[in-house]
Design a protein around this ligand. Structure first.
Ligand SMILES: Nc1ncnc2c1ncn2[C@@H]1O[C@H](COP(=O)(O)OP(=O)(O)O)[C@@H](O)[C@H]1O
Ligand SMILES: [Mg+2]
Length: 389
């Protein structure tokens, strides 16, 4: 995709522009390229999804956008304000909900929001703070100390803090990782309302179902490269048209195991027509597998995601160098940003893409993509997909 094509302008102009963004971290093992020239833009009024497996570079990109980390090369702007040369304006236009929970344990919720307003020079923000507390289901916790809140409540507070200055561009980095269904619904309802009222939203999520339901356009990234960027409906139509799903206790023949999504007893295979379905079932029977609960369904975003991720051989991406393994890798060479900037984000710091499940908890409902996609090109595919029955 050419830079010009991927930066096409809407009549309103772009809310966010990433242009050839490269980020190389200095690590004990040498330089590691987390972003290999990322170019795309988010138009004003869009709800845009940034998807990718752990370690893809999503949080790195958002940290650069928020001015918490500096790109090695390339440009990033928010509503036309360069995030480096015009930091204050860019920052003011942005509300960022970070992946990490960062909070001050000494204040009550309402105090924290008042102080946060002060950082942006806003006084008399009480009405909006009340509305935020109410809309995020925090009203009865307003006077509670931040320490006393549960993880899910703290997550809501992070959202309230990000929105306290009424930013025109809202960025959420996995705001629903490990939180309960009720919060996910409250949160998305509120964010969707702000979007309808004109805010631009960029989000990353592990829940492809959420991205499919909420986002008008989606970019898929892996190892610091954009692999797909389309309207959600176009991405969905790109999928193999159907999925054959059944349960078995047996071992699949290797040719099928290679292309299957396997979750416990549940096997899902991409298919294009009835003949293929027959052939697959015949191969399964020949391998001695007994199957039950056979069903054929339409492909969803997760199927597309797995296809996109599997398409690209690992060696073709970012020079093939592996991420620093497993844990936080300390501090990048650039250290001028605010405190939470440069530590490797815990949920995403899995490094080598193969076994990244990491810190986020399994959640109810659909399988998360955390451990699923990377299996595609790293060989461990047959066991990977998440938690659903
Ligand atoms: N401060 C850092 N120093 C070195 N490597 C890092 C640092 N932060 C992230 N990385 C690495 O950069 C890659 C991208 O990480 P990240 O942006 O957190 O991905 P994502 O948010 O998509 O999971 C990973 O391989 C990660 O280990
Ligand atoms: Mg991340």
């Amino acid at each position: 995709m050419s830079v010009a094509a991927s930066l096409s302008r809407s009549p309103l102009g772009s809310a966010i522009v990433f242009r050839e963004v490269v980020k190389t971290y200095d690590t004990p093992k040498g330089p590691f390229q987390a972003l290999g020239g990322v170019t795309f833009s988010v138009e004003q009024g869009e709800m845009f999804g940034l998807l990718g497996p752990n370690g893809a570079g999503k949080t790195t990109l958002i940290s650069i956008l928020a001015g918490l980390s500096r790109a090695t090369s390339g440009q990033v702007s928010v509503l036309g304000h360069d995030v480096v040369s015009d930091y204050a304006q860019a920052r003011r236009a942005l509300g960022v909900v970070p992946q990490e929970l960062v909070f001050d344990p000494f204040f009550s919720l309402r105090e924290a929001l008042r102080i946060q307003s002060g950082y942006f020079g806003i006084r008399h923000n009480g009405d909006w703070i009340d509305e935020l507390l109410h809309s995020l289901g925090l009203a009865d916790k307003a006077n509670a100390n931040m320490r006393q809140l549960s993880g899910g409540m703290k997550r809501r507070v992070m959202v309230a803090q990000a929105l306290v200055h009424k930013p025109r561009v809202i960025v959420l980095d996995e705001p629903t990782a490990g939180v309960d269904v009720e919060l996910r619904q409250t949160l998305w309802q509120f964010i969707a309302r702000l979007n309808r009222e004109g805010s631009t939203v960029l989000l990353t999520t592990h829940y492809l179902e959420e991205a499919e339901a909420l986002c008008g356009r989606i970019a898929m990234i892996k190892r610091g490269q954009v692999l797909a960027l389309e309207k959600t409906s176009v991405l969905l139509s790109r999928a193999s048209s159907n999925v054959l799903r059944f349960k078995t206790d047996g071992t699949l023949p290797p040719a099928l195991a290679d292309i299957a999504r396997i979750t416990g007893r549940v096997v899902q295979l991409p298919t294009h027509n009835a003949l293929e379905v027959e052939q697959m079932l015949a191969a399964v029977r020949e391998a001695g597998c007994v199957v039950d609960d056979i069903e054929i369904r339409k492909a969803d975003l997760e199927d597309v995601f797995l296809e996109v991720m599997a398409d690209v051989p690992a060696s073709a991406l970012s020079g093939g160098s592996e991420g620093p393994a497993g844990q936080s890798v300390g501090v990048d060479s650039f250290t001028a940003g605010p405190p939470q900037g440069e530590t490797a984000p815990s949920g995403g710091s899995a490094g080598p893409a193969g076994q990244s499940v990491g810190a986020t908890e399994p959640a109810p409902g659909r399988p998360k993509l955390a451990n699923a996609p990377s299996g595609g090109s790293e060989g461990s595919k047959s066991q990977s997909v998440g938690a659903s029955p």
